[in-house]
Write a protein that binds this ligand. Sequence first.
Ligand code: ADP
Length: 258
Amino acid sequence: MKLKIQGLNFRYNSRLVLKDINLEVGEGEILTLLGPNGSGKTTLLRCIVRIFNPEKGHILINGKQISKIKRKELAKRIGYVPQSEHSSFPTTVLDAVLIGRKPYLNWNPSDKDFRVVSEVLHLLELKEFALRDLNELSGGEKQKVLIARAIVQEPEIMLLDEPTANLDLRHQLEILEIIKKLVKEKGISAIMAMHDLNLAPRYSDKLVMLKNGEIFCMGAPEQVITSGNIKSVYEVEATIYNQSRTPYVVAKRALKKL
Ligand code: ADP
């Protein structure tokens, strides 16, 4: 068992935006958070990476509370890929990825740091971009750089906030294949936040559907992707087709607010 969340509540000022969140992700598992805009996906990821402190509840890695793990240690164990990032100063792709080694650096990067970065740039087919300015890349290329930065951290847990947002179909599949391969081969755990109800079940072991900061349902993809759940959570009428146990959603129409 890797990551466990128990009875987590989080409040922005007086507003409770996460309520009694309980979930687990094991080694080699991908868990994807689904739910409409504002349902709490990003806030939950930010609690796990300790940008925010929950009001109540616990987040445990292998039984140890993350609040008791030193920040530098936590940075080695958790890789976080935020939604998108605009860098206002010029940074090469190489530097942007190398910074992911920060938890391991003493002063100058070592041979190992450069080796790890070079391998990951190769894995993500980013080598030809190494000396280009990050701000000159397309959305998909930039997204790959952010993922590369998290991978060079050699984390045990990866958190990815909408890793396929703004990407064309080919890049969406490519990114999700890379994440899946990494999770399965290295036995790490991943939590992603996603909007795409067709891609999420194909690449996830477990889905969690959030509604207004609460877990509405959770389980294997075919248990979560049902027309009833989509109606209750998204207020959309949809038909579900199953192919080799993978559900496909065809959205029909938005329903009137209840
Ligand atoms: P999601 O990622 O599912 O779209 P968020 O976690 O971004 O949802 O937001 C959850 C709720 O918290 C929303 O109601 C949103 O308006 C609110 N929220 C998000 N960020 C802040 C903030 N910095 N201050 C106050 N409220 C916020």
